[in-house]
Design a protein around this ligand. Structure first.
Ligand code: PLP
Length: 390
């Protein structure tokens, strides 16, 4: 199923589906670690790649392949490589495409583990990273070195929902012969398709909205066949492969992705507008608000604002913790992309291990709260937050 033949809603439900001889209507889960061959000659052909087909589940599994094809259709990518987690996707992408001596330019506003991976591990193997502003394209241009191979960003960023201009940064990458990878976890292909905007690679933590119900871990790397070949080569050798069970959960998750993303966005916009009117709220960060400094860019690049809202309460950490501790409904957890609304205090959790100076520079104040808006009634979410706020 090609992406110009059908709409995204249809691809979410139908793309990549394969029926076996049993004519099952729902996609089958193949719980098998290996596959058999008709004879020795076929085994030989499969192993040297002369004949396509499954060999061993570290390489491929039919359920995982169905998920890969469905997500590839949604992102408009030639190929998808599914991985055991979002971090495994970033690891596989970089292990496949980078070598010692290469340089990476990355957004300062990235997921904490992504920054740790670049700083503590890739650096050990001779890959250096320069961090730049998510929003200032001139900083990306200025950071380019002769050995720059990869640009890496996340948009909207976590937790302040800064928007990176994908098309503008892709143009800079193209100009210096570097690849642009975009972590599309917050938007999913329903709200934003980075490859259409000029990115070379899309990364996903499927753990978040693609599952959508907080059950399993998984990730994906997407791009051209040529770029995905070394990424898949690393995966089948090193083994951060997605399990068949998790792939089956994600296949089913994709079928409702459009409905859920629209509902997350609608709830988040309503909540953000309400938060802006609360006297004890100093500032609200949400790309769908007119007050967001990059509202116009967000609305051009994304179909809607997405499900993440951050806001700063007056009174610093004490006031923020009071809001969190007075909730009865919301889940106090750092996970996001779930049907259940979650609430976190970034300064003391997700961003606790960076220095107070770096935190301040990143705009993560003591009064900041992040909400990953779920699918409950907005009025119930508002009442739960209002209790500690007023
Ligand atoms: C959660 C997350 C990741 C990591 O994904 P895991 O599935 O937890 O490994 C990467 N990027 C972003 C933006 C995330 O939110």
């Amino acid at each position: 199923m090609s992406d110009n033949e059908y709409q995204l809603e249809t691809l979410s439900v139908r793309a990549g589906g394969v029926q076996t001889q049993f004519h099952e209507h729902s996609e089958a889960m193949f719980l098998t670690s290996s596959f058999t061959f008709d004879n020795a000659a076929q085994a030989a052909r499969r192993f040297i790649g002369e004949e396509p087909g499954n060999i061993y589940a570290r390489f491929t599994n039919p359920t995982t392949s169905m998920f890969e094809e469905r997500l590839a259709a949604l992102e408009g990518a030639e190929q998808c490589v599914a991985t055991s987690s979002g971090m495994a996707a970033i690891l596989s992408c970089c292990m496949g495409l980078l070598k010692a001596g290469d340089h990476v330019v990355a957004s300062r506003s990235m997921f904490g583990s992504t920054i740790n991976l670049f700083n503590n591990y890739f650096k050990k193997f001779g890959v250096e990273t320069t961090y730049v502003s998510a929003t200032d394209v001139t900083e990306w241009e200025a950071a380019v070195c002769p050995n720059t191979k990869l640009f890496f960003l996340e948009t909207p960023s976590n937790p302040l929902t800064e928007i990176s201009d994908i098309a503008a940064i892709a143009a800079v990458a193209k100009g210096c012969g570097a690849l642009l990878a975009v972590d599309n976890c917050f938007c999913t292909p329903i709200l934003q398709r980075p490859l259409e905007l000029g990115a070379d690679i899309v990364i996903h933590s499927a753990t978040k909205y693609i599952d959508g119900q907080g059950r399993v871990l998984g990730g994906a790397v997407l791009g051209s066949k040529k770029l995905m070949e070394p990424v898949y080569g690393f995966l089948r050798t090193a083994g951060p492969t997605m399990s068949a069970f998790n792939a089956w959960v994600f296949l089913k998750g994709l079928e409702t992705l459009k409905l859920r993303m629209d509902a997350h966005s609608a709830n988040a916009l309503q909540l953000a507008q309400w938060l802006e009117q609360q006297p004890n709220v100093a500032r609200v960060y949400y790309p769908g608000l007119l007050s967001h400094p990059q509202h116009a860019l967000a609305m051009q690049q994304q179909k809607s604002g997405g499900g993440i809202v951050a806001f700063e309460v007056k009174g610093g950490k004490e006031a923020a913790w009071k809001v969190i501790d007075n909730t009865k409904l919301l889940s106090i957890t750092a996970n996001l992309g779930d049907t259940k609304t979650t609430i976190t205090h970034p300064a003391t959790t997700t961003h606790a291990r960076i220095t107070p100076e770096a935190r301040a520079a990143a705009g993560i104040t003591e009064g900041l709260i992040r909400i990953a808006v779920g699918l409950e009634a907005v009025v119930d979410i508002q009442n739960d937050i209002a209790r500690g706020l007023n």
